[in-house]
Write a protein that binds this ligand. Structure first.
Ligand code: NAD
Ligand code: TYD
Length: 377
């Protein structure tokens, strides 16, 4: 069953607070939940960092019925005033907000820690206060209806397990993050567990695999390769390109998060694998094949420091709960490449002056030291 309809522990018509809902996965979640037209109301709280983009919510805003059920608040999850006010009105909170790019965390980790540690703590404290009010029987919606304690779901990543040379990670495995990004995410997971143990909050964690699909910022591998190749620009491939990732389509990732929100056991941690493990070289080759572009664009560049060789998760717990991915990997990748080809206005606007600065900082020296990359077998 991959039913993500509104049911279970979060009823149809619920009021959701979606933090980071203008980013890649969060905006897909918002678009897909509102498109079900089941009465769900969503407030997005988003800081609109370089990765946040109101244009990602344009399909919702273009539909009056859906737009009426969406509110947007420009703010920071580390700001207790705005968070307290918004959590007070929510049946459930889904936290996508994060600095999400490993390479940027290597350049400067500070924002990763503020959002990933302080921000998550601020959200959990607000959930704790509302839980205490609900337990006292005093939690009420603006119209006076009694409200239960809010459910909180933290969106996390397979990167918290560290590099997995063989086998698959299970939810109970020791966390062994190796990048500042992954360490900040692991800290968030640990805080969620601590608030569960200490305050018995109704919390959940999902750990998703590498995600791809429409509206992904062009800093990430598949979006970067696609957009560079469309422009016949060089494609930087780190090291030998034989690092392995498990690719999950964004629609599946968003659906899994919604499924866990509605059906997960309180305190549960759920891996969300894609079931689609591939070497980076092969992913790059598949994008180029779809675009009809030559492998000669690919440049072997010096490796990312501390580069995790492989991520792979066991998805048995989520499958037992009743959810599996549905997007066919090849069709999903082809459709994603086609989306970038058809939506050049979206990503060309994202590639602004700050993108040019980042690109030069991240890639200028690497590309200067590059060599032709060995192709897939
Ligand atoms: P993204 O970078 O595209 O979006 C992040 C969003 O959070 C942006 O809209 C940004 O403006 C917002 N944000 C950042 N800091 C904030 C703050 N302090 N307060 C409020 N909003 C803030 O990221 P994404 O790829 O959509 O990832 C979403 C979540 O999923 C992250 O928590 C990430 O760790 C996790 N995740 C991502 C992947 C992936 O492959 N992209 C895989 C597994 C898990
Ligand atoms: P990325 O999309 O940054 O995701 P993550 O590091 O979170 O897995 O990278 C996916 C893989 O692609 C990873 O092994 C690093 C590699 N990669 C490159 O080879 N070149 C690039 O320019 C980028 C951005 C990533």
């Amino acid at each position: 069953m991959s039913d993500s309809s509104a049911s279970g522990r979060v009823p149809a018509g619920a009021r959701l607070l979606v933090c980071g809902g203008a980013g890649f996965i969060g905006s897909c979640y918002v678009r897909d939940v509102l498109a079900r037209r089941d009465g769900t109301r969503i407030t997005v709280l988003d800081k609109l960092t370089y990765a946040g983009n109101r244009a990602n919510l344009a399909p919702v805003e273009a539909d009056p019925e859906q737009a009426a059920r969406l509110a947007f608040v420009h703010g920071d999850i580390a700001d207790p005033d705005v968070v307290d006010m918004l959590v007070a009105e929510a049946d459930a909170v889904v936290d996508f907000a994060a600095e999400s790019h490993v390479d940027r965390s290597i350049l400067d980790a500070s924002a990763f820690l503020v959002t990933g540690v302080i921000g998550v703590r601020v959200l959990l404290e607000a959930v704790r206060r509302q839980t205490e009010i609900a337990r006292a029987g005093e939690r009420r919606a603006p119209d006076g209806t009694p409200m239960g304690a809010p459910r909180f779901l933290q969106v996390s990543t397979d990167e918290v397990y560290g590099s997995v040379e063989e086998g698959t990670s299970r939810e109970g495995d020791v966390l062994a993050p190796r990048s500042p990004y992954a360490a900040a995410k692991a800290a968030g997971d640990l805080l969620v567990g601590a608030y569960r143990a200490t305050h018995d909050l109704d919390v959940l964690v999902t750990r998703g695999a590498n995600t791809y699909g429409p509206y992904q910022h062009p800093e990430k591998l598949i979006a970067l390769v696609t957009t560079n190749a469309i422009d016949d620009a060089e494609i930087p491939l780190y090291g030998d390109g034989l690092q392995r990732r498990d690719w999950l389509h964004v629609a599946d990732h968003a659906a899994a998060i919604d499924f866990v929100l509605r059906h997960g056991e309180p305190g549960g941690v759920y891996n969300v694998p894609g079931g689609n493990e591939r070497a980076n070289r092969d992913v790059v080759a598949a994008v180029l094949a779809r675009l009809g572009k030559p492998w000669a664009l690919v440049r072997g560049v010096p490796d990312r420091p501390g580069h995790d060789r492989r991520y792979a998760m066991d998805g048995g717990r989520l499958a037992d709960l009743g959810w599996r991915p549905t997007v066919d990997p090849s069709a999903g990748l082809d459709a994603t490449v086609d989306w970038y080809r058809a939506n050049q206005g979206w990503w060309r606007a994202v590639r602004d002056a700050s993108w040019a600065d980042y690109y030069a900082r991240q890639y200028a020296d690497r590309l200067a030291a590059s060599r032709p990359a060995e192709g897939p077998g």
